[in-house]
Design a protein around this ligand. Structure first.
Ligand SMILES: CC(C)(COP(=O)(O)OP(=O)(O)OC[C@H]1O[C@@H](n2cnc3c(N)ncnc32)[C@H](O)[C@@H]1OP(=O)(O)O)[C@@H](O)C(=O)NCCC(=O)NCCS
Length: 230
């Protein structure tokens, strides 16, 4: 099993100043215009840099925000994030997500691949489930208790997004090509899941906190995710 680390940040954790952004990131930021996109983009970069600083291998200390400017979180053509430290691609694969007020980053050592997602539990109608879920997932949601439905829909959706990020394809792949199954292993806060996709299964974990669901998937199979606490 491989090690996967994760960090969740609140939008209030992100400073309004930009000294922690690299020159290329500031150029990218200058091209963004939608306030929500700017907020989410900064939150994602902040969460990723703090996660990498806490991993300890980026050569930057958590308290040296100017040092964080040596790290650039860039995106491939398909939108997948990757970290560059002093112009050299980092040994870590990162995955990012934002939902509501929170940003999430998961980190795994290459060549492992990782995908993560944070999803706010909310009311999603039947049309959403019909459009985006497999038949087996729909049947599963129909059978669940009505009080559980919103959380289950958020969980299935989040696990799909994690898988699509781990595969590096995002929503270019039909979300019905990946099927979520809960595999039952439980630790105090995390439970195991598997997402079966075109290239085989991606194993992972999910947890529910307040009104959020967090999922992390990886290949090879990940051990219980480790939170990057201060
Ligand atoms: C990847 C995708 C499933 C993300 O889902 P989402 O619910 O919108 O957003 P989340 O906050 O959970 O995740 C967004 C992050 O996913 C990551 N991401 C985007 N495309 C990705 C890809 N192909 N592979 C891996 N990760 C990807 C990015 O880090 C992005 O955050 P950032 O742009 O601020 O760096 C989906 O948005 C997607 O497929 N996007 C690519 C297609 C696209 O951009 N279409 C146009 C949108 S206007």
């Amino acid at each position: 099993m491989i090690a996967v680390s994760w960090l969740l940040q609140h939008v209030a954790d992100v400073p309004s100043s930009d000294e922690w952004l690299s020159a290329s990131e500031r150029e990218t930021l200058a091209r963004l215009w939608a306030p929500k996109r700017i907020r989410d983009w900064r939150l994602g970069r902040w969460t990723a840099k703090r996660a990498l600083a806490r991993m300890g291998d980026a050569g930057v200390s958590e308290s040296d925000r100017f040092g964080w400017a040596r790290i650039s979180i860039r995106a491939t053509e398909s939108g997948a994030p990757y970290a560059v430290i002093d112009e050299r691609e980092a040994a870590w694969m990162i995955s990012l997500s934002h939902s509501g007020e929170h940003g999430l980053c998961a980190v795994a050592s290459r060549p492992a691949v990782v995908g993560c997602d944070v999803e706010t539990v909310g009311r999603r109608g039947e049309e959403f489930v019909v459009d985006w879920f497999t038949e087996a997932e729909r049947a599963w949601i129909e059978r669940c208790a009505s009080g559980e439905r919103s959380r289950l829909v958020a969980l299935v959706w989040s696990a799909k997004e994690s898988a699509l990020k781990a595969l590096g394809v995002g929503l270019r792949l039909d979300t019905r090509e990946v099927q979520v199954e809960l595999t039952g292993a439980r630790c105090p806060t995390w439970s195991s899941l598997v997402v079966c996709g075109p290239d085989g299964p991606l194993h992972g974990w999910w947890r529910a906190d307040d009104d959020r669901v967090v999922t992390v998937v990886a290949t090879p199979e990940p051990a219980l995710p480790v939170e990057l606490l201060a």
